[in-house]
Design a protein around this ligand. Structure first.
Ligand code: PMP
Ligand code: GLU
Length: 397
């Protein structure tokens, strides 16, 4: 008899986490690995946030918290949404979770019934399709490619809608492509959603501050759909707080109450000390965020210049997040040392073994033609990594 449930047997391991693990294992053997696999800012958490955490401990913020977060934190997040995004949310519409990851799982489990469809543009962040599996819903993919800057059109969206469609789910800025939907492009999608009032929208905005466009607009700023939007956001990327585990959703009150109920049965409120730090982050202004964004922009430009000069690599200029997602199909079927590489996942392993650079193959992002390169690393490391990648790819015949 099978000990494990079908649910877990059908679930894939997170590819980002797996590649980061492989990179670490190789490093532990003494190999000089440059890790560009993990989507994690390489900056330290800003001092004022760390100070708030230390004070929280001294002030005995060490007890269970309300499941959806301290009222002051939910208020600070609602205020952030007003000031930074021009969106009106009451604190009762915010649910704080253990990372944006949990906020996504909450929303999907609260909204999707078995057999219902969730539309996801490809490429998408690895966990989206896997969490849909946990709901026993069905992912319906819309393909985008490097040629159209990895964005879908309203026509593609409408063609994917069926009577079973429950949710549309996307990230902008996008992990893994860095694409950012403009206000006009979102308006085109909103026109479609206006025709289908029963479809909800999960808008993952965790990279909102890491964007190199003038304005990063939330789809929730369109009044005709706002009530059906679940905004997902968090502190991991903007404030370099990946290990603290804090994210949140903003939604209508019915969905917020449902997420609160679900979380109350699974994890309860996220860490009390982290939440106190979160208040300092949300109230502390965007100075440190903008400094990080400037550094990311410089790195993006450096990596773009190097990548586009590698023969056979097809790449676009990302407008946000900290990833490149180059098309590497021209290397498929090529060999080195008697081994042939037939897809992006195999090429990603080749780059780890041959160039000692960890990337992630595109398959788990719903696009087997590309590899994901995170540029959340120092300029020096990035320059060295691109040179190693170029040399390794040149060996493939
Ligand atoms: N959404 C996207 C698009 C991501 O890249 C990530 C990875 N950090 C998350 C959500 C989850 O973030 P966290 O759980 O660290 O808040
Ligand atoms: N979201 C990051 C990434 O895409 C971190 C890894 C993860 O949480 O899956 O690499």
């Amino acid at each position: 008899m099978n000990a494990l449930s079908d649910r877990i047997n059908n679930l894939s391991e997170s590819a980002t986490i797996k590649m980061a693990k492989l990179g670490r294992e190789l490093s532990a053997k003494g190999v000089d690995v440059i890790s560009l696999s993990f989507g994690e800012p390489d900056f330290h958490t800003p001092e004022h946030i760390k100070t708030a955490a230390k004070e929280a401990m001294d002030q005995n913020y060490t007890y269970y918290t309300p499941v959806a977060g301290y009222p002051e934190l939910r208020k600070a997040i609602a205020n952030k949404l007003k000031v930074e995004n021009g969106l009106d949310y009451d604190a009762s519409q915010i649910v704080v979770s253990t990372g944006a990851k949990q906020a996504i799982a909450n929303a999907l489990l609260c909204l999707v019934n078995p057999g219902e469809e969730v539309i996801i543009p490809t490429p998408y962040w690895v966990s989206y399709s896997e969490v849909v599996k946990l709901t026993e819903g069905t992912s319906v993919f819309i393909n985008s490619t490097v040629e159209n800057n990895f964005k879908i059109t309203p026509e593609q969206l409408e063609a994917a809608i069926t009577p079973k469609t429950k949710l549309f789910m996307f990230s902008s800025p996008c992990n893994p492509t860095g694409s950012v939907y403009s206000e006009e492009e979102l308006a085109g999608l909103v026109k479609v959603f206006e025709k289908y009032p029963n479809i909800y929208i999960l808008s993952d905005e965790i990279y909102e501050h890491i964007n190199f466009v003038e304005k990063c607009v939330s789809i929730a700023s369109f009044p005709s759909v706002k009530d059906r939007v679940v905004i997902i956001n968090g502190f991991s990327k903007a404030y370099a707080m990946t290990g603290w585990r804090i994210g949140y959703s903003a939604s209508n009150k019915e969905i917020a109450a449902a997420c609160d109920k679900l979380q109350g049965q699974i994890t309860s409120g996220t860490c009390s000390i982290t939440q106190r730090a979160g208040i300092a982050a949300a109230e502390g202004g965007l100075e440190s965020v903008h400094e990080m964004r400037t550094a990311f922009r410089k790195r993006r430009d450096i990596v773009y210049d190097l990548l586009k000069n590698i023969d056979g690599v097809k790449v676009n200029l990302p407008e946000g997040a900290f990833y490149f997602f180059p098309d590497v199909t021209s290397f498929f079927g090529k060999s080195y040392n008697g081994k042939t590489y037939n897809d992006a996942d195999e090429l990603s392993i080749f780059l780890l073994e041959e160039a000692h650079v960890a990337t992630v193959g595109g398959d788990s992002f719903g696009d087997p033609k590309s590899i994901r390169i995170s540029y959340a690393a120092s300029e020096e490391k990035l320059i060295e990594a691109m040179s190693r990648i170029k040399n390794a790819l040149a060996k493939l015949q």
